[in-house]
Design a protein around this ligand. Structure first.
Ligand code: AMP
Ligand code: ZN
Length: 124
């Protein structure tokens, strides 16, 4: 496993949010994942899903992470519906994962943005 992948990174904002050391509006919490509202939403529904394990980005994913990332993806439709995204196909949602500086990533703990709700959106 890459040395960039850790159980917990002491200086990481999202590790602190998952550990509830920094408050957030919680959407989901289990042993493996944490989800919370984005502080600066682009859309009527905008939340983030993170693995509790500190993985900096998609760039560090290896074969051993296939199960984890699959479980993380299957959470998306479940939590989108829970948070008020309208049903597919008239409704739906957008899934975004920014990776690295050129990918527009600002917080270096792997996260999925899930955005949805009626148009227009603030951005995107
Ligand atoms: P990215 O640019 O993909 O790394 O996205 C980071 C996201 O984290 C941005 O959409 C921010 O609005 C969001 N964010 C930053 N700090 C917090 C926080 N304390 N609570 C919730 N969301 C945050
Ligand atoms: Zn982290």
């Amino acid at each position: 496993m890459s040395s960039l992948v850790q159980d917990h990174h002491p200086d990481c904002l999202f590790c602190k949010i998952a550990a509830r050391k920094i408050p957030s509006k919680v959407v989901f919490d289990n042993e493996e994942f944490f989800a919370f509202h984005d502080i600066n939403p682009w859309a009527p529904v905008h939340f983030l899903i993170i693995p509790k394990m500190h993985i900096p980005s998609m760039a560090q994913l290896e074969a051993e992470h296939a199960g984890m990332i699959g479980r993380m993806m299957t959470l998306v439709p479940q939590l989108a519906a829970q948070e008020g995204c309208n049903p597919y196909p008239e409704g739906g949602f957008r899934l975004v994962t920014n990776t690295g500086a050129e990918g527009g990533q600002e917080v270096h703990h792997l996260h999925f943005h899930v955005m949805g709700g009626p148009r227009p959106w603030a951005r995107g």
